[in-house]
Design a protein around this ligand. Structure first.
Ligand code: HEC
Length: 183
């Protein structure tokens, strides 16, 4: 009896931990201040933006001929999103998550917890892309799954732009708004 309760508590702790961790990482930077700076800057060096895109975003997004289709294709983002909306998506990916990119939270019978995007699923297994290692999808056997639920944390990493200066991020936004042909 006691053992069972402990196991249940562990599941709860693990699930809430998974939900809380990315948020804590996001607080490493004052994003409200960064948002203000980015909103006030209307130009940017696309070359600097390209360097970020080719290093980080390309793992999950298509832009012209480059990139992967894990997240939405960003080639025509300028036509569907305003500059402030793009800034929001970059700083707080989990605030608005499009239906077709709903992440899931999976707890295995071994006690592992994964949050990510289902990129492949069949009767035997599902394959998740996680924000920690988007280049290394995780295959989870269905027979090993204890619990599966919707996740409120986007598969897009919350702190993806932390290493970059406002100047570099403005370059990235300028690149996205110009489109892949606008170099
Ligand atoms: C691990 C995969 C991953 C990485 C890396 C990633 N993204 Fe995303 N991105 C996603 C997913 C999945 C979505 C859709 C769900 C959401 O909105 O959070 C998304 C959504 C977006 C959106 C909103 C699109 C729309 O139509 O509203 C923008 C803009 C965006 N990403 C830009 C970027 C940029 C720029 C980078 C590089 C700095 C980047 N992303 C890195 C996975 C990723």
């Amino acid at each position: 009896m006691t053992a069972k309760i402990i196991a249940t508590l562990n599941v709860a702790a693990a699930l809430s931990l998974a939900a809380v961790l990315p948020v804590t990482a996001a607080q490493a930077r004052d994003k409200d201040a960064l948002q203000k700076t980015l909103l006030a800057t209307t130009t940017g060096d696309k070359t600097k933006g390209r360097a970020i895109f080719d290093k980080v975003c390309i793992t999950c997004h298509k832009f012209g001929d480059a990139g992967k289709e894990i997240g939405p294709d960003l080639s025509t983002i300028a036509a569907t999103r305003t500059r402030p909306e793009i800034i929001d998506s970059l700083l707080w990916p989990s605030r608005v998550i499009a239906d077709q990119y709903q992440p899931v939270l999976v707890q295995t019978k071994d006690g592992d917890v994964f949050s990510g995007l289902v990129v492949k699923e069949n009767a035997r297994a599902l394959t998740l892309v996680t924000s920690d290692h988007p280049d290394r999808p995780v295959e989870i056997l269905k027979s090993k799954i204890q619990e599966r639920q919707k996740s409120t944390v986007s598969a897009m990493p919350e702190n993806v732009l932390d290493p970059y200066s406002p100047d570099e991020i403005s370059g990235l936004i300028a690149l996205l708004l110009a489109g892949p042909g606008g170099q």
